[in-house]
Design a protein around this ligand. Structure first.
Ligand SMILES: Cc1cc2nc3c(=O)[nH]c(=O)nc-3n(C[C@H](O)[C@H](O)[C@H](O)COP(=O)(O)OP(=O)(O)OC[C@H]3O[C@@H](n4cnc5c(N)ncnc54)[C@H](O)[C@@H]3O)c2cc1C
Ligand SMILES: NC(=O)c1ccc[n+]([C@@H]2O[C@H](COP(=O)([O-])OP(=O)(O)OC[C@H]3O[C@@H](n4cnc5c(N)ncnc54)[C@H](OP(=O)(O)O)[C@@H]3O)[C@@H](O)[C@H]2O)c1
Length: 710
């Protein structure tokens, strides 16, 4: 039955700039209902408020938001802010996009029962999904400077600058210099405009002014820039970085180099109607213009308590969606898909992708009481058609790849087993190589004093809002990482030396095996999904699987995939690890809170380690003093992997080769009878009380010698 949205909007888009409008057009094309809310009296409000003389830095061919509009100007036309604002107005009008203007969003809250509650200056609205496209222009940023509030001086941000004439009307003594703070584009443009209008200008900035290209080079750069960017993106993918805009060369450079604009260091304080700089000099300006940039306009999201990146001010995202609030999406943020995402040329590519994601989200069954997407049940419409994206060609490719992957897996796993046998039997690692304060035993990063796990999360989906009957709501993500990480720390801790047990404690596993958990949890990259179906939907996206491989190849660390749903089906878990063993040439192990699944071990939450062999180096390092210090590695740099979402795999269930592998493995373990599923020890011996350590396991040569009676 189709969900009913009587009282609640399926999608509310906040902001009618290029982002909100491009998304609106893409949703409209898909027949997805939505409403756009805009605080200004017209769409494109940011562009109407920009400095009057501003021209877009990007040529027209990078500024249209739907291909049909490309012919409005010539490809290299320098678009003025007025032309662009008019374009946005026509764009919304021609498509009759549903936009409510003069409505400011004040606060967004989320309620498990009611979905999103959006409090506006006019009324309260409810929505299943919210897309934030509020840009940055509404959040001009100025540094806090002592004495500023008490000073009678005119202070304004370039966002409110308008033009030189409006400034002249606002200041009384225009014979004194106007002080501009900042040294990039806005600063340079305001400087030139004011000098041309007859103002004296001074600049306050941190460090020397760097200039961009002058007019001649700019003419070429303006034309070649899209091509240079495309090349950079082809070469470096999501890692590509754009060109940082500097103060324009040409006129601005001449003004500074000829000393017509005096340069000061940063302002230390305001002293009544003068400013005192950090070098002790002072100036009595007619006014101060802050060209100090913008932050993301996200104040209305404060009630959701999202963690914001301290450097960029951006929320933590999984593709377009908040990693913390399911159903909250963003458009126009830096680096969502790549560095272009905050520019118009990036927005126009991202908007259709986000529209597809939203259409898919609305097609998911909704919880009747809350209207929010809920956990899929096996057998629901989506699961049944879970392989519908798989073309015949892909099926053939898949079946052809299975024998090769299994062969690679067998060879790779045999190598891993030899290494395990080496550290436990051939050259057994003794207990007590590290003590209980070693990061492998605490999970604490010595550089920060905080646990490392959260910093090493390379991918996670937003948590489901509601869980089906019989499925407990999970702990918070942080608690899940802490519980699983803590469990693995405990394993390593058994081999660590302590006051009572200098050679480690007796344990059901030999010290070598206990140590190897250290590299896995401390250095490993963590992924978190709600359930197996969701993980298959991601891993069956070939780009996602390629990112997983790239992580292993570049970082040389072990990946650890966790799940929030503790109430899983054991057979489904077995099939999932066999899906992983058929997708990647590495052995994946199924650990979890339920009784042993295949070769897996207990764990507070379902945790699949994909054993790529990188544990070997981490483990062996523990044998020397230097190695013990080098083994715990610094956190994985943020934003390096899985940045190119949204991810859309070709299925959400396993296929028969994977099911067959699960069944065969289960049979093999079953045939082992009471030996069960630990390959390096007979479980009957453990049940009878066998414990490894603190004495090292004798090497085979010593055991042979003992047998021979030496
Ligand atoms: C000075 C400046 C110049 C730039 N020049 C370029 C350029 O040349 N080329 C380029 O590609 N990019 C440029 N950018 C980046 C540019 O902002 C984006 O590319 C583009 O405008 C982003 O579109 P958006 O829809 O995300 O945000 P915006 O265009 O800022 O639109 C956001 C909309 O949301 C509305 N809004 C905000 N808060 C609320 C609220 N609480 N409730 C309701 N409505 C709200 C705003 O009124 C606005 O209409 C520039 C940015 C700045 C600041
Ligand atoms: N289309 C156009 O023509 C156009 C025009 C203007 C802006 N833009 C775009 O708008 C965005 C913002 O540009 P912007 O120039 O406004 O801002 P910006 O690029 O963020 O630059 C901010 C400037 O403020 C300085 N600053 C910050 N805090 C300071 C402090 N406490 N004391 C002294 N200086 C301080 C910074 O110094 P440091 O340099 O030392 O960090 C920097 O020079 C950019 O994306 C830009 O491309 C486009």
């Amino acid at each position: 039955m189709a969900p009913s949205y009587n009282q609640t909007f399926p999608i509310l888009v906040l902001g009618a700039g290029p982002g909100g409008l491009a998304l609106g057009a893409a949703l409209q094309q898909r027949g997805v209902p939505f409403l756009i809310i805009e605080q200004g009296p017209e769409v494109g409000h940011s562009w109407r408020r920009m400095p009057s003389r501003l021209k877009l830095l990007s040529p027209w061919k990078a500024n249209w938001i739907r291909p049909g509009d490309a012919s409005r100007f010539t490809a290299h036309h320098e678009t003025t802010r007025e032309e662009f604002a008019c374009y946005l107005r026509d764009f919304a009008a021609e498509r009759r996009l549903p936009v409510r203007t003069n409505v400011q969003v004040k606060a967004v809250r989320c309620d498990a029962k009611e979905g999103f509650i959006v409090q506006t200056s006019v009324s309260e609205l409810r929505a299943h999904c919210v897309v934030n496209a509020t840009g940055c222009f509404s959040a001009p940023w100025t540094p806090e400077i002592p004495g500023a509030n008490a000073s009678p001086l005119l202070r304004l941000h370039t966002a409110d600058f308008g033009d030189a004439e409006s400034l002249r009307r606002r200041i009384q003594r225009d014979e004194r210099p106007v002080l501009i703070v900042g040294k990039r584009l806005s600063a340079g443009q305001a400087m030139i405009e004011l000098v041309e209008a007859g103002f004296q200008v001074a600049l306050s900035c941190r460090g020397p002014v760097e200039f961009g290209p002058g007019p001649l080079v700019w003419w070429w750069f303006f034309r070649l820039h899209p091509w240079l960017e495309a090349r950079e993106l082809r070469r470096r993918g999501a890692q590509a970085r754009g060109f940082t805009p500097k103060m324009p060369g040409g006129k601005a450079r001449q003004l500074v180099e000829r000393g017509l604009v005096q340069i000061f260091p940063p302002i230390e304080r305001f002293n009544d109607s003068s400013v005192v700089f950090s070098d002790g000099r002072s100036l009595e300006p007619s006014g101060v213009i802050f060209a100090t940039g913008f932050r993301r306009a996200l104040r209305h999201l404060a009630p959701l308590g999202l963690r914001l990146n301290t450097e960029t001010g951006s929320p933590e995202l999984t593709g377009f969606e908040s990693s913390e609030a399911s159903g909250l999406f963003f458009l126009g943020l830096d680096g969502q898909r790549n560095f272009q995402s905050r520019f118009i040329r990036g927005i126009r590519q991202d908007a259709p992708l986000l529209a597809a994601k939203l259409a898919q989200r609305l097609a998911e069954p909704v919880n009747r009481s809350a209207g929010l997407p809920t956990r899929r049940e096996p057998g629901d419409a989506r699961s049944r058609s879970s392989t519908h994206h798989m073309t015949s060609l892909r099926r053939i490719q898949y079946y052809a790849s299975v024998p090769r992957t299994w062969l690679q897996l067998t060879l790779h796993n045999s190598w891993g087993i030899l290494n395990v046998l080496d550290i436990i039997w051939l050259r057994p690692m003794r207990g007590g190589l590290i003590d209980e304060s070693h990061p492998f035993c605490t999970g604490v990063d010595p550089a920060t004093g905080k646990s490392i796990w959260h910093s090493n999360v390379i991918f996670r989906t937003p948590p489901r809002v509601t869980w089906a009957e019989g499925h407990r709501a999970p702990d918070s993500d942080d608690e899940i990482f802490t519980k699983v990480g803590g469990h693995l720390c405990h394993q390593v801790g058994m081999a660590a030396s302590s006051a009572d047990h200098p050679g480690g404690r007796p344990a059901p596993m030999p010290p070598g095996i206990l140590y190897l958990h250290g590299g896995v949890h401390y250095n490993g990259g963590w992924l978190l999904f709600n359930d197996f179906a969701e993980a298959i939907e991601h891993f069956s996206d070939r780009r996602f699987a390629a990112e997983f491989r790239r992580f292993v190849r570049e970082q040389r660390r072990e990946p650890l995939t966790l799940f929030r749903d503790r109430d899983y089906d054991r057979d489904e878990f077995a099939r999932f690890v066999c899906f992983m063993r058929t997708t990647f040439p590495w052995f994946s192990n199924s650990n979890g809170p339920k009784k042993f699944v295949l070769w897996g071990n207990p764990s507070p939450y379902p945790a699949v380690n994909t054993i790529t062999g990188n544990w070997i180096r981490d483990c062996r390092l523990l044998q020397s003093e230097l190695g013990r210090r080098a083994a715990p590695r610094p956190p994985i740099p943020a934003g390096q992997y899985f940045q190119d979402g949204p991810w859309q795999g070709e299925r959400s269930t396993t296929l028969w080769p994977e099911n067959l592998l699960a069944w065969a493995t289960e049979r093999r373990i079953h045939l082992r009878g009471e030996q069960e599923n630990l390959y390096f020890v007979d479980k009957r011996k453990l049940k009878a009380g066998l414990r490894f350590g603190p004495e090292p396991i004798p090497s085979p040569w010593r055991r042979l010698a003992r047998k021979l009676g030496f």
